[in-house]
Design a protein around this ligand. Structure first.
Ligand SMILES: Cc1ncc(COP(=O)(O)O)c(C=O)c1O
Length: 429
């Protein structure tokens, strides 16, 4: 019988330390590894075998965490990176080259959009942003032979406008391209995009997977589902040999070719996650389901409370029956739609300033997925580089505050919001 999620978040991928039998995965905080002989060095270098060569390429602590995240996502393998941004960069860089195009849903974490619009565009990649709700023909219209992926987020940060994963997967596969999903805000406990057709999943593990706001990290998960051989012309990189005289990635790994190729890409430019960070991440993952259940319950309470507050014009949280994304969230996120919400304070930017400056328990901070409740006015910070019309087009209204609801006693969080909101004069109050 397949083991349950709670068992796997504690045990999947574990390797009992051969030297002392340590129950907890040791931290292999080392740059390199001793080669016993000339021949052993050559053999370790010949491929990504069981034994590591150098920690930029692989590390035993990291491998345990990679195995665990891959298992929880239902993937074939995973690669850890130094941050979520590095994971997204690695995935896109492995798929696309100068002149190639990626289709992207418009509602996404702003840092990802900046990576796409700035650094990756500068390298000659083209990103076409399309409303996730645009009809099939609109999506198909942007597919050319240079289009290499469709990219979205399970729960878009911060608007929570849940995309139809199964439909986007179908459109990607119809076009002969992989479907890439950022599953950061859902985590594999709340949603597993691979079950809905994703071929590659990326994460910022800095958020709920790590869970304590103590450590940055990222992950790229390969579902092992995409047939690179059937689309050899579109993806020539998987049909080259890593070394002369050896089989290509596709010949050797078949539908699992993406991950070893991504490992090569990451090894070449070096966005390595330190072993100590991997170890802290592992500790976080062990309690993921417990934390997420409480995060979701607290967020539902806070969202319901905010929705009835006269100083609040609206709340973006798909757990609310009033949300246009409520039904879709029930399909894709049956255990709950995460713990980020955005609420619009009546009175715009000045009212949002008053509320944020009055918070005592809730931390003003740019981050999500912490045990602590965090708040930020995204319009003047994360979305500060956009024009006002661009912000409004994304639903980032002047009074919008993003809240990442933590694990404090929820009544205390509500009490803090209550005293802060009481300082803004609400029409009709
Ligand atoms: C959905 C999402 N993806 C990726 C990232 C980037 O992750 P990191 O901060 O670990 O680079 C973030 C950061 O907030 C995020 O919210």
């Amino acid at each position: 019988m397949a083991q349950g999620f709670e068992t796997r978040q504690i045990h999947a991928g574990e390797v009992i330390d051969a030297q002392a039998g340590a129950r907890i995965t040791p931290i292999y905080q080392t740059a390199g590894y001793v080669f016993d002989s000339f021949d052993e060095a050559e053999s370790r270098f010949s491929d990504r075998g069981d034994l590591p060569v150098y920690s930029r390429q692989s590390n035993p602590s990291n491998r345990v965490v990679e195995g665990r995240i891959a298992d929880l996502e239902g993937g074939r393998g995973a690669l850890l990176t130094g941050s979520g941004q590095a994971a997204i960069f690695t995935a896109i860089y492995a798929l696309a080259s100068a002149g190639d195009r990626i289709l992207v849903t418009t509602s996404l974490y702003e840092g990802t959009k900046q990576l796409f619009r700035n650094s990756l565009s500068r390298q000659g990649l083209e990103f076409v942003f399309i409303d996730a709700e645009a009809d099939d023909d609109e999506w198909r219209r942007h597919v050319t032979e240079r289009t290499k992926a469709i990219y979205t987020e399970t729960i878009p940060n911060p608007k929570n406008d849940i995309p139809d994963l199964a439909r986007l997967a179908r459109l990607a596969h119809e076009a002969g391209i992989p479907f890439v999903v950022d599953n950061t805000v859902a985590t594999p406990y709340l949603a597993r995009p691979i079950e809905w057709g994703a071929d590659i999943v990326v994460h910022s593990t800095s958020k709920w997977l790590g869970g304590h706001g103590a450590v940055l990290g990222g992950a790229v998960v390969d579902a092992g589902t995409f047939d690179w051989t059937a689309h050899a012309q579109r993806f020539p990189q998987f049909h080259r040999s890593p070394r002369p005289g050896t089989p290509s990635y596709a010949e050797r790994f078949g539908t699992g070719a993406f991950l070893p190729f991504a490992v090569t890409v990451a090894n070449e430019y070096g966005p390595t996650l330190p072993a100590t960070s991997a170890w802290l991440l592992l500790l976080g993952i062990e309690t993921l389901s417990l934390r997420l259940d409480r995060h979701v319950a607290n967020t539902q309470r806070v969202a319901e409370w905010l929705e009835q507050h006269p100083a609040v014009a609206g709340v973006d949280y798909p757990g609310l029956p009033s949300s246009p994304w409520h039904e879709r969230a029930r399909t894709y996120l049956p255990k709950g739609p995460g713990s980020v919400l955005a609420f619009d304070v009546r009175g715009g930017r000045e009212a949002a300033r008053t509320v944020l400056d009055a918070l005592r328990l809730v931390t003003r901070m740019t981050h999500i997925g912490d045990v602590r409740t965090l708040a930020i006015h995204t319009g003047s910070t994360i979305h500060g580089a956009l024009t006002e019309p661009d912000r409004l087009a994304l639903g980032i209204t002047p009074g919008l505050i993003r809240l990442s609801v933590g694990l404090e006693t929820v009544d205390d969080v509500i009490a803090d919001l209550d005293q802060a909101l009481a300082r803004v004069v609400a029409p009709g109050r």
